[in-house]
Every structure is written in C-alpha cells, then in structure tokens.
Write a protein that binds this ligand. Structure first.
Ligand SMILES: [Zn+2]
Length: 172
C-alpha cells in the first residue's frame, strides 16, 4: 500500500487517507482527508469569503465554463432533469408544479447552478493545492499557512468584513 506524508498533521498515512487529485504527481491531494475536513469546518467563513472573491474576480471565465458545460451535456441534461423530477415529485406536488416547460426551465437552472457550484468547488480546491499553502483564519487574521509551516498575514478579520479588496490574484 502506497504511503504519503501529510505536511499538515505531519503524519505518514496510507494513500486511502488522501483524496484523489489527477493533476498532482502522486495522484493524491497534498493534505490528508481528516486535515482537509478539519480545515473546512474551521474555516467555513474564510472559505466563503474567498469563494465569493474568486467568483467576482472570475465572473466571465466561470460563465464561459458553465456555458461550455451546458453545451457539452445537452443530452445528459435531459436525463438529469427527468431523474431530478422523478426523485422530487413530492416537492412538486406540494407546490402544485408539474413537468411543464416553465418548471423544466426552473429545474434546468437549478441543476446548472448546482453543477457549476460543484465544478467551482473542485477548481477552488485544486487551486488551493497547487499554490502550496492554505488560507486560514487565525487569531483574527486571514493568513497563508505555507507547506513549510511559515505563516503570512494577509488581512485582518473583522466582524463586518469587506471582502471587496480581497481578490484571488492577491493570493497567487
Ligand atoms: Zn493530515
């Protein structure tokens, strides 16, 4: 069984404790699953802020990707719509909705945004891995924690944080 070192918890674990990342040399993600989970739980707010900033800074790219994805998946889309409708029949009944064209459009939008969210999340995670550091909230600061343990302060966290001057490009 392949083993891998996690620079976060400083433990060497078997590869099943790491998520997959096709783009990395090892085919695995930098940090182990439990560290990534802990990170996500501890940094919900920061992640949300970063994602918002990333979205704002990459609006056009994201829109293009979504459009491309929709075009490439037209057929799969119809099938997804149908199965979504089938598995959510009760909700539709409760709202007195049926599979009318308007409702299908509504479903399409929902599916698209859900799919885009997932694609975006993956892209975001990949970016986080690629740059060799993670962004965390520590002692009231947004900090970069580099793989060598070095910590760099980026921005002060405040209750009413203004994320408008925080863009993905300042991270990378
Ligand atoms: Zn770890």
């Amino acid at each position: 069984m392949q083993k891998k070192y996690c620079p976060k918890c400083k433990e060497t674990k078997s590869s099943e404790y790491f998520g997959k990342d096709k783009r990395s040399k090892s085919g695995l993600q930098v940090y182990c699953k439990s560290c990534r989970k802990k990170y996500r739980q501890a940094n919900k707010e920061t992640i949300a802020i970063n994602q918002k900033a990333y979205r704002q800074a990459n609006k056009e790219t994201i829109a293009t990707q979504e459009k491309r994805w929709r075009q490439a998946n037209k057929e799969g889309f119809a099938a997804q719509q149908k199965s979504y409708y089938e598995s959510n029949k009760d909700v539709f009944k409760r709202r007195h909705m049926s599979s009318t064209p308007e409702n299908i459009v509504y479903l399409t939008k929902r599916l698209t945004s859900r799919r885009a969210d997932r694609a975006f999340e993956e892209a975001f995670e990949r970016a986080m891995n690629d740059v060799g550091y993670v962004v965390e909230a520590r002692d009231g600061w947004v900090v970069k924690v580099h793989e060598n343990g070095e910590i760099e302060r980026i921005e002060r966290l405040e209750a009413q944080q203004d994320s408008s001057n925080f863009s993905w490009s300042t991270l990378g």
